[in-house]
Design a protein around this ligand. Structure first.
Ligand SMILES: Nc1ncnc2c1ncn2[C@@H]1O[C@H](COP(=O)(O)OP(=O)(O)OP(=O)(O)O)[C@@H](O)[C@H]1O
Length: 568
């Protein structure tokens, strides 16, 4: 019930549309079948005493239609045709709505995740995210369909009951009692399905997070013949998932199989009472049988839909939890000022911790514009963290980052990031063309910008030598290119939008000396117009830089030229 109400409040307009459409179809069916049986029996002169039959005959006669057999049959057929038409339109609307709900859930989650704090994002397993976006969103959208269906069918059963009460209140009450007994007897199966659905959601998340981790490191695992370790764990998780799926299918099949015989037994008992114990007339019994089957048929349908909802709802709640958590971890954007970079960047007394691990305790760095600064230091000292602080992916515990004298927390963060070109330590390209890899996320740029950036990054010669040129597809994670080629494409990506500040994390670690020299010359040339900060261990980069900072003990020291020479 909670899921049903939540769906309706989250998607009120869509729910109302679908509900009305399903209701119209259901009510058309209820009226055409339930009300026309007594009408038919009145028309053929059977002793049907029901008020609704007489009421309908009188009304037909009032508008000049004599309720003969052929007219009545035509009315029944027309009623069913109208119902069919309404159902067709309804199903179309339901289809559109399910697709819309799935898309909305996906987009909301992706948006919330991308807007979350970097530290939060880092903790999210990629496979679980892929699972949320792909399978959970689809299952949750199906859950939406089932929940609206349950609601619409409940209203239809109410219409059936109201019409039926006019025909025979005893038969109606009897049907309802049987329906309620059936509902409680079989509800255990619905609960079992819900448990299986929740388990499936949980297991699928684990399985897919693990799978994506294994797939991203498959090369080294294969090379060491350790792929069987992954296989064993994946096999175990897949078996558990299979078990949960089996339970769900069994509960679903059991509900379907048990509904009919239990219904038949209860109906037969009712008939026995009616015919033998209460000695009711045959027309009365016929009406009673008809009502029993119709009302119980709809009640059964409700229970089956409810069971389907029970399987799918866990996907919705898992998705909702992921969305709420991502929203709670949204990046705080306190700043409103438009950024400029005409003087320089200063870090003043910066302290920064990861949980309880102190990385910086008193970091002071000045970076004038149009300079090439290299940052060195032993592994794990905090070089990448420094870049994270500069682009606002991490926030200092205390101290200030000043951009042209303005504190970064007073600057509009997205505008500041638009001024940055960033090359990360691990170059992972998209499985797409070189052109799209360079222009990704910058819709205002075109192939001329990509070509210029590739030339600046020293990548144009090899790109141009490919038969497909810019349209060459680079393979999964850029696997069809060498490490150095991938790195140069990543540098081109950072240069494509002509940023003012270039942040490079080990930009030449995968390059041969010749390519490294080209990149360093490029960086020196770019430093005439841009401000460049490069984290690196490579002597070539350190030599090319105008200034070198060494990080140690949570602080930074500017090396003199002689110290610089001595460090390598
Ligand atoms: N998201 C994180 N959560 C917790 N600790 C982290 C996180 N990222 C990095 N660290 C820790 O902070 C320290 C500094 O990490 P950082 O990546 O900045 O080092 P680095 O100097 O760039 O290292 P390397 O030269 O090896 O790339 C490391 O000890 C690392 O384990």
């Amino acid at each position: 019930m909670r899921t049903l109400l939540t769906y309706i409040t989250v998607f009120p307009r869509r729910s109302a549309f679908v509900l009305i459409a399903l209701l119209l179809a259901g009510v058309a069916e209820a009226l055409s079948l339930t009300a026309l049986l007594p009408l038919l029996s009145v028309a053929v002169g059977e002793a049907d005493e029901s008020s609704i039959g007489r009421f309908m005959v009188q009304n037909l006669q009032r508008i000049g239609i004599e309720p003969t057999i052929d007219i009545i049959l035509m009315i029944i057929v027309s009623g069913m045709l109208i119902k069919g038409m309404i159902l067709l339109l309804t199903n179309r609307q339901v289809g559109y709505t399910v697709a819309h709900v799935a898309t909305a859930l996906r987009l909301n989650l992706i948006k919330a995740l991308l807007a979350s704090r970097w530290q939060y994002y880092l903790r999210q397993p990629v496979g679980a995210l892929a699972n949320s976006v792909a399978t959970e969103a689809y299952r949750a959208a199906n859950g939406f369909e089932h929940s609206v269906d349950v609601l619409a069918l409940s209203i239809v059963v109410l219409v059936h009951i109201i019409v039926a009460l006019f025909i025979s209140w005893q038969a109606t009450i009897g049907s309802l009692l049987i329906g309620i007994i059936l509902f409680f007897v079989l509800n255990r199966l619905v609960r079992a399905t819900r448990r299986a659905g929740t388990k499936q959601t949980h297991l699928l998340r684990h399985l897919l997070s693990y799978l994506s981790d294994v797939l991203s490191s498959v090369k080294s695992l294969k090379a060491m013949a350790r792929d069987n370790v992954a296989d064993a764990i994946l096999h175990d998780q897949s078996c558990q998932l299979e078990k949960a799926t089996r339970k769900e299918v069994i509960s679903r099949a059991a509900l379907l199989a048990l509904q009919e015989p239990i219904l038949a037994t209860l109906t037969a008992s009712g008939l026995y009472l009616a015919l033998v114990v209460w000695n009711l007339s045959l027309p009365e019994v016929m009406v009673m049988v008809f009502l029993l089957t119709r009302i119980l048929g709809v009640l059964n349908k409700i229970q089956r839909r409810y069971q389907q909802l029970a399987v799918q709802e866990s996907a919705y709640w898992a998705l909702r939890t992921a969305f709420d958590e991502a929203q709670a971890a949204a990046e705080r954007t306190t700043g409103t000022l438009a950024p400029t970079l005409q003087q320089g960047i200063s870090l003043r007394h910066i302290a920064f911790d990861y949980d309880r691990k102190s990385i910086f305790n008193d970091l002071n760095i000045d970076i004038p514009i149009k300079t090439f600064t290299a940052v060195i230091g032993s592994s794990g000292v905090g070089k990448s963290t420094l870049l994270d602080l500069l682009c606002g992916l991490a926030e200092p515990k205390s101290g200030e980052i000043l951009i042209d004298g303005v504190a970064l927390h007073n600057i509009e963060l997205r505008q500041w990031r638009h001024l940055i070109g960033y090359v990360s330590q691990d170059t992972v390209l998209l499985h797409d063309t070189i052109l799209n890899n360079v222009l990704v996320g910058a819709s205002a740029l075109n192939s001329a910008d990509a070509e210029r950036a590739l030339q600046q990054a020293g990548a144009w010669d090899f790109v141009n030598s490919f038969p497909e040129g810019l349209q060459t597809v680079v393979g999964e994670r850029g696997g069809m290119l060498s490490g150095g080629q991938r790195q140069r494409i990543a540098i081109a990506r950072a240069l494509a939008h002509q940023p003012l500040l270039l942040l490079l994390d080990e930009p030449t670690s995968a390059l041969d000396p010749e390519s490294e020299k080209t990149i360093c010359e490029t960086l020196q040339r770019l430093a005439r117009d841009y401000t460049i900060i490069a984290v690196s261990h490579q002597p070539a980069v350190i030599n090319a830089a105008d200034r070198v900072f060494i990080l140690s003990n949570g602080q930074a020291e500017l090396l003199t030229h002689t110290q610089n020479k001595n460090t390598h």
